[in-house]
Design a protein around this ligand. Structure first.
Ligand code: GLA
Length: 610
């Protein structure tokens, strides 16, 4: 790798709404093993116990791989006399409870597989071998969830085969989500419906984004499955849906299954880590080569995958297969990023990385994940010769700006936050800006970039601008009244959709606020969201940017949906959110949403008259 010394270019990316996670499980992507890729339907008790043993003795468990997930065909051909799902008596003679106990005794977690329709995929695809199978959970969700809980199940992968006539996919998945909640046990809910849909983040902890992965780098004409490279392309644009407790699932790992080259294997792990994807190994770990083991257990790779900030990476450049991906790391004030130079072409290419392209400047510390070595302090950028289907996987640590106290006083809520007045509290950094350049060129207190609302008239005020995904600002707020709040924000994004999230004392309090792409940077519009229940007193409110170039003028917290307690909101206004096709309107001091001529209140309930 050599250093290069010129700088260039802008990057763009877009965001969509992030819903609240359904539970507190899997705050980082789940890691473990699944039986399907290597054994398919041929699973049995002896072999699964051996897998449990080797997960511990090989060091995989200590490296973080803790879920041992049975896939399809653990169940008997028929339910028992009480209509309960039950184990296949020949292959799992001791039953599922005993197997779960064994798995737990090893310090591992127990995952199982089910289906939202009438039969599981294997039973449906091989109906002649499974006459009368009732392996699907359709309309038996509560019963089956209770059965799973009684066996000590910690994770359910829920498939999408043979839907019942007239059934509704979303409702089928929601019924199982609710049944798991009622089951009395904490169970991770993994939706396997072969493609993302907007209801999924409110329904599952993870959701498959594509059809099944095959044991190949790319699919060939006529193949029904996806290769690793196909899935990377298919999933990329979904990155904004990922967050702590809710993950895009590009399917299981094929490393160690004999088809991917070592380079391709490292690429799968790298891309799954940068995308914040579940790491579910799909190989026979009883017979792992030293290389496979080394690839699965690379500590830096796992640390990137498991990063607590939970912001998924995305592609910022693709020039004929010379791809650059970036993932902000480390939460607050870390100044850390993971960067991947990925060559998706079938021939060797040199990929240039300009640090400016990933939002950092000055001298930065660079570590190479697969070479397992620090490359030292580097300025401006570097270039790397990357083999076909391979990656250069880097962790970059930038220096942060020093902190100076800025506001010092708490902002009362209900009330209005002028976002440019972020704290730079004396207790440490209270903002994080990935670039030390003052790109906004307006006033700036050696921190986050500030832009003028109107470039010809500074008296009109300022906003946060020139943001990168992962940057954040803190505000000390004093919540006067307990309860849920309505949030309005005045925002602009002239280039792409963007967005931000709100955290109170580091806990998410609303869905992502999506900033729709507007016509230009000077046209601001209002967006809205609702908070969870907030408790009174002084708190730290963090505004975390999840997309590029989010201009935020102000954020209002109102305790009524009409902001009666915040005077300046009373004038009529109309805001169009082109992503959702909704209009936010105010009439006679009442705020409502209009979609396709129908009116809804801010909670989404239909209203007929105001
Ligand atoms: C579907 C799923 C796979 C696997 C099989 C089992 O194809 O997408 O991941 O679970 O079913 O039959």
């Amino acid at each position: 790798m050599k250093q290069i010394s010129f700088l260039s270019l802008l990057f763009t990316f877009s965001t969509f709404a992030l819903a609240q996670p359904i539970n507190d499980l899997v705050k980082t992507p789940p890691m473990g093993w699944n039986s399907w890729n290597v054994f398919h339907e041929n699973i049995n008790e002896k072999q699964i116990k051996e897998i449990a043993d080797i997960m511990v003795s090989s060091g995989m468990k200590d490296a973080g791989y803790i879920y041992l997930n049975l896939d399809d065909n653990w169940m008997a051909k028929k339910r028992d006399a009480n209509g309960n799902l039950t184990h296949d008596p020949d292959r799992f003679p001791s039953g599922m409870k005993a197997l779960g106990d064994y798995i737990h005794s090893k310090g591992l977690k127990f995952g199982i597989y089910g289906d939202r329709g009438l039969r599981t995929c294997h039973h449906y695809n091989n109906s002649n071998q499974f006459p009368g199978s009732e392996s699907g959970s359709y309309m038996r969700e509560e019963q089956d969830a209770k059965t799973f809980a009684s066996w000590g199940v910690d994770y359910l992968k829920y498939d999408n085969c043979e839907p019942a006539p007239g059934s509704n996919q979303q409702q089928d998945y929601e019924r199982m989500r609710d049944a798991l909640k009622k089951s009395g046990r904490d169970i991770v809910f993994s939706i396997c419906a072969w493609g993302f849909q907007s209801w999924m983040p409110k329904t599952g902890n993870l959701w498959r984004t594509t059809g099944d992965i095959g044991n190949a780098w790319k699919n060939a004409p006529g193949d029904w499955f996806r290769g690793v490279a196909d899935i990377i392309e298919e999933q990329e644009h979904l990155y904004i849906h990922a967050g702590p407790g809710q993950w895009n699932d590009p399917d299981m790992l094929q490393v160690g299954n004999g088809k991917l080259t070592d380079n391709e294997a490292r690429s799968q792990m790298t891309m799954w880590s940068i995308m914040a994807a579940p790491l579910l190994t799909g190989n026979d770990i009883r017979n792992m080569s030293a290389t496979t083991k080394d690839i699965y257990m690379n500590a830096d790779m796992i640390a990137v995958n498991q990063d607590s900030a939970g912001i998924a990476g995305h592609r910022i450049k693709n020039d004929n297969g010379k791809q650059i991906w970036m993932r902000p790391l480390g939460g607050e004030g870390s100044g850390k990023l993971a960067v991947v130079l990925y060559n998706s072409a079938d021939y060797e290419q040199t990929i240039d990385l300009y640090f400016e392209d990933v939002g950092v400047s000055g001298e930065v510390m660079v570590r190479d994940v697969w070479q397992k070595k620090d490359l030292g302090m580097i300025s401006n950028g570097l270039s790397s010769i990357v083999a076909p289907h391979h990656v250069t996987f880097l962790i970059i640590t930038a220096k942060l700006d020093p902190a100076e106290p800025f506001t010092g006083t708490a902002i009362s809520l209900p009330g209005k936050i002028e976002t440019e007045n972020f704290d730079k509290g004396s207790a440490g950094l209270a903002y994080s800006d990935n670039s030390s350049e003052n790109e906004g060129k307006a006033y700036r207190e050696s921190g986050v970039d500030i832009v003028t609302l109107d470039s010809t008239d500074e008296s009109k005020g300022y906003a946060i601008g020139y943001t990168s995904a992962g940057e954040w600002m803190n505000y000390t707020v004093n919540i006067e009244k307990a309860g849920k709040y309505f949030i309005f924000a005045n925002v602009a994004s002239g280039l792409e959709n963007s967005g931000f999230r709100l955290f109170l004392d580091d806990k998410a309090i609303s869905d992502t606020l999506v900033i729709p792409q507007g016509t230009d940077w000077n046209t601001y519009s209002e967006i809205y969201a609702e908070t969870t229940e907030l408790s009174p007193g002084e708190h730290m409110l963090k505004v975390q940017i999840t997309g590029s170039y989010a201009n935020i003028d102000w954020i209002k917290f109102c305790s009524t949906e009409n902001c009666e307690d915040i005077t300046s909101l009373h004038q009529p206004r109309v805001t169009h959110n082109h992503l959702t096709g909704t209009h936010l309107r105010v009439k006679n001091n009442k705020t409502f949403i209009e979609k396709n001529g129908k009116r809804f209140n801010l909670l989404g309930h239909r209203i007929h008259k105001y």
